[in-house]
Design a protein around this ligand. Structure first.
Ligand SMILES: [Zn+2]
Length: 680
């Protein structure tokens, strides 16, 4: 069968053949690739020679390549360009994949061979990377029930199947709820306060839907400007409540029971494997190691940030009182923050946007990568994509060596999920002295160009682009032997270091001067604006910190408690978890958990704290650049050699210390956030 997904395409320039792929190719390709991967595993277990690192660990590491490749294409499409057919296929193949994964994890013969190598590892003279690979493989079996009896193994397989379906359903419900709503406005006077750009975008959206007037949706590029600028408080309240009620309306897309089921099953699974809670299970393989440490880390930051947050909330409330607002509500937050920020800093986000034309920002981030890591990006149109909006680049170093393929997909579309993320279509590895380079992608939902204006990014979108590009650098500069230890394949609470670190350059004049130019006049962004960006970046930092901590603590409450069977109400449970971190009055008909995709759809369960954790790391790491100059080649080299290129080949703390010369501490973050002098 001529299935493009089953052709060989892992040579240097051969990228995913999107234009040839039809939906009907996926299922047969998955079936065939699973068969092939199974045969590869069989070859390992059939081997009658004494198990060695080479004939067992390495072969296992490189098995299932086709399957991994097909999966990455398919699931990336399911996030960036999905439709009913793809979602249906996902529902069908997800159980096949978890079955196959469990077949490996619970393969006793394979485990025995790995275990035999593991038992003599001290005699093998392994490199640090090999040692890490062996440890990971051994733990993969044990953490997936290799030591369980047959009955418990069956139970585990059942739980995993259910969990995989539930997570998928959770995500589909959130997407369906997001797409199901639109706010159609026909009288222009109701749009008072809204900047022209957002107005035009809403008009374009209406046009596309063959309607008059303006249409707003729950997609961020539509929702966020609406909540930030619309003067009409009732309209803001209406949209905020619809947004906050996603998958919490007792309709067919409701996620309440799904949340409870996921939490209970995760707990049961952890218990079965001998862990106290799901959080204990997850954190065993994190830099933070235990729920206790996460809680003490979070509570320490909470203690330090809360007084500042309360002061800021009062300041914001007093400011809104001038408008006759007696009690500041959630739908007032963004609106009055923006107004107060403007009053204090006279920094109008809209006035900044002309300096951040998307194309200029892309050039800027490429220049930063060039100055730091000697990378060059050349846009090419010979690479196949899944949508005409996707841009493609060939990445080389200054010597001309091929480093990576880079895809960038910037604008929202129906069928693309919210937010921004980095992903890959092919990893990096080394076989027989040949370094096989990665195919990396970033996907965003940035402000679209309109009929009269190019895509002008908000400052937040600029930092988002730098963030995702930081992840992309982690992928592109990967330089390891084994694919499972390459690039962003690191502990979860370490993975946000490269992304958050790169955001720091957005606040530096030296970096902004490279690309922040007015799209009409080509004038560089004025110095005082840069200074204002800097000053205002700490604005309401206490409130922001509390918000992030509240999500992390909610996550830990769902996954770190020892009796999830006792939870009956998602809303009540959530309200309780939020007790110490909430500043705004609760909205009874809203719920965060039912749309908390990070922890119920994606892989962030027991890991949301890692955003703040990584902030501590990134602030500390950026100090190294500030000490030597933000484009200091030596510092950048040290960072690339010890962190970016190393992936997960060693424990993150070891890698970090090699770069920084010391362990990180939270001083740099508290200083940067302007919280440290407010503590005393
Ligand atoms: Zn990130």
């Amino acid at each position: 069968m001529n299935n493009p997904l089953l052709q060989k395409f892992n040579t240097k320039h051969t990228t995913a053949p999107f234009s040839l792929i039809k939906n009907e190719h996926f299922k047969p390709a998955f079936k065939e690739a699973i068969k092939k991967a199974k045969a590869e595993i069989n070859n390992i277990t059939k081997n009658t020679n004494v198990p060695t690192f080479e004939n067992t660990i390495e072969i296992l590491e490189f098995s299932g390549k086709t399957l991994k490749r097909i999966s990455s294409i398919f699931f990336n499409l399911n996030s960036a360009e999905t439709n009913d057919d793809i979602q249906k296929i996902a529902q069908e193949v997800s159980p096949w994949l978890s079955d196959f994964a469990n077949d490996i994890r619970l393969n006793q013969k394979l485990f025995k061979r790995v275990q035999l190598v593991y038992d003599i590892k001290d005699e093998l003279n392994l490199t640090a990377e090999q040692d890490m690979l062996l440890n990971n493989q051994y733990k993969m079996f044990v953490r997936n029930g290799a030591n369980l009896n047959d009955i418990d193994k069956e139970t585990l397989r059942g739980i995993d199947k259910k969990l995989s379906k539930l997570s998928l359903q959770f995500g589909e419900n959130v997407l369906a709820e997001t797409n199901a709503f639109e706010l159609h406005i026909t009288e222009e006077n109701r749009l008072k306060g809204l900047p022209d750009g957002a107005k035009e975008a809403a008009q374009l959206l209406a046009k596309q839907k063959e309607k008059h007037g303006w249409v707003f949706t729950l997609d961020y590029p539509s929702y966020i400007p609406f909540m930030t600028y619309i003067d009409d408080r009732n309209l803001r309240e209406k949209l905020a409540k619809v947004f906050g009620a996603r998958a919490f309306k007792n309709n067919k897309n409701d996620n309440q029971q799904i949340v409870l089921n996921i939490v209970k099953l995760r707990h049961k699974r952890a218990n079965l494997l001998g862990y106290k809670t799901h959080a204990h299970f997850v954190l065993e393989e994190r830099m933070a190691e235990t729920p206790k440490k996460v809680r003490s880390f979070s509570n320490e930051l909470l203690t330090k940030a809360k007084p500042a947050a309360e002061r800021e909330f009062k300041q914001l409330s007093d400011f809104a009182k001038k408008d006759g607002i007696e009690q500041l509500q959630k739908w007032d937050g963004a609106y009055y923050s923006e107004k107060l920020k403007k009053e204090l800093f006279d920094l109008d986000q809209e006035a900044l946007k002309p300096y951040f034309k998307l194309e200029n920002v892309i050039d800027g981030v490429f220049m930063v990568a060039h100055k730091l890591f000697d990378l060059q990006f050349k846009e090419i149109d010979t690479i196949d994509t899944y949508h005409k909006e996707v841009k493609t680049y060939e990445v080389t170093n200054t010597k001309g060596d091929f480093i990576a393929v880079f895809y960038a997909d910037f604008f929202p579309r129906k069928g693309k999920r919210n937010g921004a993320w980095m992903t890959s279509y092919k990893g990096q590895w080394e076989i027989n002295d040949e370094n096989s380079r990665p195919h990396i992608s970033i996907v965003c939902n940035f402000t679209k160009p309109t009929e009269t204006k190019p895509s002008l990014l908000t400052f937040n979108e600029v930092t988002t682009l730098f963030h995702e590009f930081g992840h992309a650098l982690h992928g592109m500069l990967a330089n390891t032997t084994y694919p499972s230890l390459s690039g962003t394949n690191v502990y979860w609470d370490f993975v946000e270091l490269p992304s958050q670190l790169l955001e720091n350059w957005c606040y530096e004049k030296e970096a902004l001067d490279l690309f922040a130019r007015h799209y009409k006049t080509n004038e560089p962004i004025p110095m005082e604006m840069v200074q204002k960006i800097k000053d205002s970046s700490n604005f309401l930092e206490g409130i922001q910190t509390l918000r992030q901590l509240s999500f992390g603590l909610l996550d830990m409450s769902w996954h770190g408690g020892d009796s999830p069977e006792a939870i009956t109400s998602v809303k009540d449970f959530e309200t309780k978890a939020f007790t110490d971190t909430q500043l705004y009055p609760d909205v009874a008909e809203n719920c965060m958990s039912t749309a908390f995709s990070h922890i119920f759809q994606g892989g962030y369960s027991s890991g949301y704290y890692s955003y703040k954790w990584a902030e501590v790391l990134d602030a500390d790491a950026f100090e190294a650049f500030k000490e030597t100059g933000i484009f200091n080649k030596e510092t950048a080299k040290k960072y690339a050699e010890n962190v970016l290129s190393q992936g997960g080949t060693e424990k993150p703390m070891v890698l970090y210390k090699r770069f920084r010369g010391k362990e990180p501490n939270s001083d740099a973050l508290l200083k940067r956030a302007g919280l440290i002098n407010k503590i005393a």
